[in-house]
Design a binder for this molecule. Structure first.
Ligand code: NAP
Length: 331
C-alpha cells in the first residue's frame, strides 16, 4: 500500500484510509457490530492502516467499535487513528463547539472509547464560527506538546480559516469532501494545501457509494440513511449520475482493466498530496482496494474523464447538505 507522511508530523500512514462513519450506524440506517469489527481488522490486514472516525459517528459508537476492533485484535500498533473534535450533540441534534474547555474533556472521552493513550491525528470536524480559531488551535497545540496527539488537522475549513488557525498551531492536514463529482476544493483548498505542505484527507471519495458501481437509478435507502436526503440520490437527478458512473466504468475497463470504484479512488490519489477515505462496513467492500495500487491515471485519461463528467453531469451538485448548523443552541 502506498504511504504518505501526514504534514510535518512524522506520522506515516497508508494513502487509502478506512472511513467509519457508516460503522457508527447514525445517518446510515444502523450498524452491525460484528461486521464492523471484521471490516476494520480486514482493512488493517490489507495494509489500510489509517482509520478515520469521529465522536459524533453514532454518538460514540464508531470510536468504541474502532477501539475494540484494534485492541482486541492486537492491531493498535499497526494502525493510525484519526479522530475529530468540535461537534457536540444533545437530544440527537448536532452542533459545533470547539471551545477550549470542551476540547479538554472531549479528548479524554475519545481516548477512553478508543482504548488508547495517543491519537495519531486529531482534527477539528467543522469550523466553529462562534469560537476564535486561535483558541481551538492553542488547545490542540498543548495536546501535541503533551504527547496526547501526534498530528493536528482541520476539516471543512477554508484557506482563510486555516491561515488563522496555523498562526497558533502546527497544522498538518485538512479533510474536505473530494471525489470525481464534488471538486470544489480544486479552486482553493487543494492548491493551498499543496503550497503549505498539508496532507488532504479526501472524504466521500466514493461519493457515498455512488461511485461504487453498485447503484442503479432505482436504488432506494432505508431508515435514517442520509442518502434519502442527499440531493444527488433524488429520483429526477440520480439517473444522470448513474449515466456518468456507467461511462466512467467503461473507460476504466477499456483503458486500465479496472472498475469504476478503483478508478474513483485512484483519481483522488493522482490529484495531489492526498489520502482517499473509503467508507465501508463489510469486509467484501474492501476487495477492490487491491486494484487501486500500482498504476496511475495519465493526463489523456484525465481529460476524457472531465469530458464524460461535463457531458453527463453539466451542473454538478455539491455536498453542502451535510453541513451542521453554524449557530450553537442555547443550552
Ligand atoms: P464514501 O466513502 O464515499 O462511501 C461509503 C459507502 O460506499 C459505504 O458505506 C458503502 O455503502 C459504499 N461502498 C463502499 N465500498 C463499496 C463497494 N466496494 N461496493 C459497493 N458499495 C461500496 O462515503 P463516506 O463514508 O461518507 O466517506 C468516507 C469517510 O470520510 C467517512 O466514513 C468518514 O470517515 C469521512 N467523512 C468525513 C466527513 C467530515 O465532515 N469530515 C464527512 C463525511 C465523511 P453502503 O453502506 O450502502 O453499503
Amino acid at each position: 500500500m502506498e504511504s504518505i507522511e501526514i504534514g510535518r508530523s512524522g506520522v506515516k500512514t497508508s494513502r487509502v484510509g478506512l472511513g467509519t462513519w457508516a460503522i457508527g450506524g447514525w445517518m446510515w440506517g444502523g450498524t452491525d457490530e460484528k461486521e464492523a469489527i471484521a471490516t476494520i481488522r480486514s482493512a488493517v490486514e490489507r495494509g489500510i492502516t489509517l482509520i478515520d472516525t469521529a465522536p459524533v459517528y453514532g454518538f460514540g459508537n464508531s470510536e468504541e467499535i474502532v477501539g475494540k476492533a484494534l485492541v482486541e485484535g492486537g492491531l493498535r500498533a499497526k494502525a493510525q487513528i484519526a479522530t475529530k473534535l468540535g461537534l457536540a450533540w444533545k437530544d440527537g441534534k448536532v452542533f459545533r463547539d470547539s471551545r477550549k474547555g470542551r476540547i479538554e474533556q472531549e479528548i479524554e472521552d475519545s481516548l477512553r472509547r478508543l482504548q488508547t493513550d495517543v491519537i495519531d491525528l486529531y482534527q477539528v470536524h467543522w469550523p466553529d464560527l462562534e469560537t476564535p480559531f486561535e483558541e481551538t488551535a492553542e488547545a490542540l497545540q498543548k495536546l501535541l506538546d503533551k504527547g496526547k496527539i501526534r498530528a493536528i488537522g482541520v476539516s471543512n475549513f477554508s484557506p482563510a480559516q486555516m491561515d488563522a488557525f496555523s498562526q497558533v498551531a502546527r497544522l498538518d492536514s485538512v479533510q474536505p469532501p473530494y471525489n470525481l463529482f464534488e471538486r470544489g476544493i480544486e479552486a482553493d483548498v487543494l492548491p493551498y494545501s499543496t503550497a503549505k505542505g498539508l496532507t488532504v484527507l479526501s472524504y466521500g471519495a466514493l461519493c457515498r457509494g455512488l461511485l461504487s458501481g453498485r447503484m442503479t437509478a432505482e436504488t432506494r435507502f432505508e431508515g435514517d440513511d442520509l442518502r434519502q436526503k442527499d440531493p444527488k440520490f433524488q429520483p429526477g437527478v440520480l439517473p444522470k449520475y448513474i449515466a456518468a458512473v456507467n461511462a466512467l466504468d467503461k473507460l476504466a475497463r477499456e483503458r486500465f482493466g479496472k472498475t469504476v470504484v478503483a478508478l474513483a479512488a485512484r483519481w483522488v490519489l493522482d490529484q495531489g498530496p492526498t489520502i482517499a477515505l473509503w467508507g465501508a462496513r463489510r469486509p467484501d467492500q474492501l476487495n477492490a482496494i487491491a486494484d487501486v495500487e500500482g498504476w496511475k491515471i495519465d493526463d489523456a485519461a484525465k481529460a476524457e474523464i472531465d469530458a464524460i463528467l461535463s457531458r453527463t453531469v453539466p451542473e454538478p451538485i455539491g455536498p453542502e447538505f451535510m453541513a451542521p448548523p453554524t449557530q450553537r443552541p442555547a443550552l
